[in-house]
Design a binder for this molecule. Structure first.
Ligand code: AR6
Length: 203
């Protein structure tokens, strides 16, 4: 269940405003939004899974997505594994979504936090960017992200949120296809971090 909806503008610069709004005139909507709740309940084209390289499930949001999607999702992940092997950090793959309301699941692997000197920031950016590109390549227009790497993988929350917002904003300004990108936060702390980041960019 979505606990709280906090749509926020993130124009960045004046030139960026048109790049970060969907629709025209009075109907313009922010293309980036923050929601607090369970990502598995969302009715968007794509939900992103914070997976591990095996693609065969795990705990956290990965476990929740597999539970909600049912065994068809694991079967689909196994097929991807057979075809292309493990998914390295920063990469992304797409599958059908089983019983979820979403049409597809993009499984991306964030970096394990090892103190910040092991290319973690670049890998986290890659995870967001490759997920966006894969959604576009499959003609989808809406996508929801969890806060990749900020649970079991231990990435500091504030730094991860900044990378998430900056990477998505830079992408959307250049590319018109994705009309809605939702950052789904599971707890109050993460929600406030995203809210603050988006609000700062409005000023
Ligand atoms: N909806 C939205 N966000 C959620 C949900 C949910 N249902 N459940 C948890 N979160 P994590 P990681 C948030 O640990 O750090 C798995 O075992 C959570 O509060 O799921 O990338 C994989 O198989 C946190 O902010 O992912 C990998 O082995 C965020 O999702 C490993 O964990 C990510 O936490 C990946 O670790």
């Amino acid at each position: 269940m979505i606990l709280n909806m906090l749509p926020l503008l993130f124009p960045g610069t004046l030139n960026g405003i048109n790049g970060l709004l969907a629709g025209k005139g009075a109907r313009m909507q922010p293309r980036m939004q923050v929601l607090q709740g369970d990502i598995t309940t969302l009715e968007v084209d794509v939900i992103v899974n914070a997976a591990n390289s095996s693609l065969l499930g795990g705990g956290g949001v990965d476990g929740a997505i597999h539970r909600a999607a049912g065994p068809a999702l694991l079967d689909a992940c196994r097929q991807v594994r057979q075809q292309q092997g493990e998914c390295p950090p920063g990469h992304a793959v797409i599958t059908a979504a089983g019983n979820l309301k979403a049409k597809a699941v993009i499984h991306t692997v964030g970096p394990v936090w090892r103190g910040g000197e092991e290319n973690e920031a670049r890998l986290l950016e890659d995870a967001y960017r490759n997920s966006l590109l894969l959604a576009e390549a499959n003609s989808y227009t809406s996508i929801a992200f969890p806060a990749i790497s900020t649970g079991v993988y231990g990435y500091p929350k504030a730094a991860a949120a900044e990378i998430a917002v900056n990477t998505v904003a830079a992408h959307l300004i250049r590319r018109p296809q994705l009309q809605q990108v939702i950052f789904v936060c599971f707890d109050d702390e993460m929600t406030q971090l995203y809210q603050r980041l988006l609000t700062q960019h409005i000023q």
